[in-house]
Design a protein around this ligand. Structure first.
Ligand SMILES: O=C(CO)[C@H](O)[C@H](O)COP(=O)(O)O
Length: 219
């Protein structure tokens, strides 16, 4: 199966986690696009969806899925999103699509994070994928120096302005052996808006697309 077919498989599988008449949290990316398409095709009646990006909002609206603002919602049963990496404990690296801040905000509203990913995303240790960090533009150089002091290399993502009018640093050369401690440390650096390690908001379930079908990992 191609990677695209594996994404479609897990996008479809995630629909079973959506309860009729509920409000669902929806992430961002090519795997989530497959989920949105499958959700629209399922004809499940929803109170609405809370979206993590302009991209997902536009796709859902075009397919007739009502979109609610995060501030209108106190809690969500589930948040469904992809990942750039996921480890065997459910910690993730996210933000390849630059939507990490809103993704973490919506994930934080949810009781359960359902991660949908193809098998190439499963890793033993986070850090192979360049770690996205959303930053206030005037702090980018100082934050890059802090990563350099850790032995890593941060580069500004060319031409990328986030939905929050901020910039993204992509950080190479990390081996994140303690995701919770790493997230807590980097989050408090001045000028960091969001670090793309999701440890506090880690996955509860991962639907992993494999050539043998969908494998369900629970954490
Ligand atoms: O974090 C994300 C966007 O900010 C995505 O979930 C992540 O990049 C995976 O994307 P895709 O499903 O296209 O592989």
């Amino acid at each position: 199966m191609t990677q695209d077919e594996l994404k479609a498989l897990v996008g479809q599988a995630a629909v079973q986690y959506v309860t009729p008449d509920s409000i669902v949290g929806v992430g961002t990316g090519s795997t989530v696009d497959k989920f949105i398409d499958a959700l629209a095709a399922s004809q499940i009646r929803l109170r609405g969806a809370v979206s993590s990006s302009v991209r997902s909002t536009e796709r859902m609206k075009a397919l007739g899925i009502p979109v609610l603002d995060a501030s209108e919602v106190e809690s969500l049963q589930v948040y469904i999103d992809g990942a750039d990496e996921i480890d065997h404990q459910g910690h993730m690296v996210k933000g390849g699509g630059a939507a990490l801040t809103r993704e973490k905000i919506v994930a934080d509203l949810a009781e359960r994070f359902i991660c949908i990913a193809d098998e190439s995303k499963l890793v033993d240790t986070l850090g192979r994928f360049p770690l996205p960090v959303e930053v206030i533009p005037m702090a980018a150089a100082q934050i890059a120096r802090r990563f350099k002091a850790m032995g890593a290399q941060a580069t500004l993502r060319e031409g990328c302005v986030t939905d929050n009018s901020c910039h993204i640093l992509d950080v190479r050369g990390l081996s994140i052996t303690d995701p919770a401690a790493f997230e807590a440390e980097v989050t408090q650096w001045p000028g960091v808006v969001t670090v793309g390690v999701f440890a506090r908001n880690k996955a509860s379930v991962c639907l992993l697309g494999t050539s043998a079908g969908v494998k369900t990992l629970t954490f």
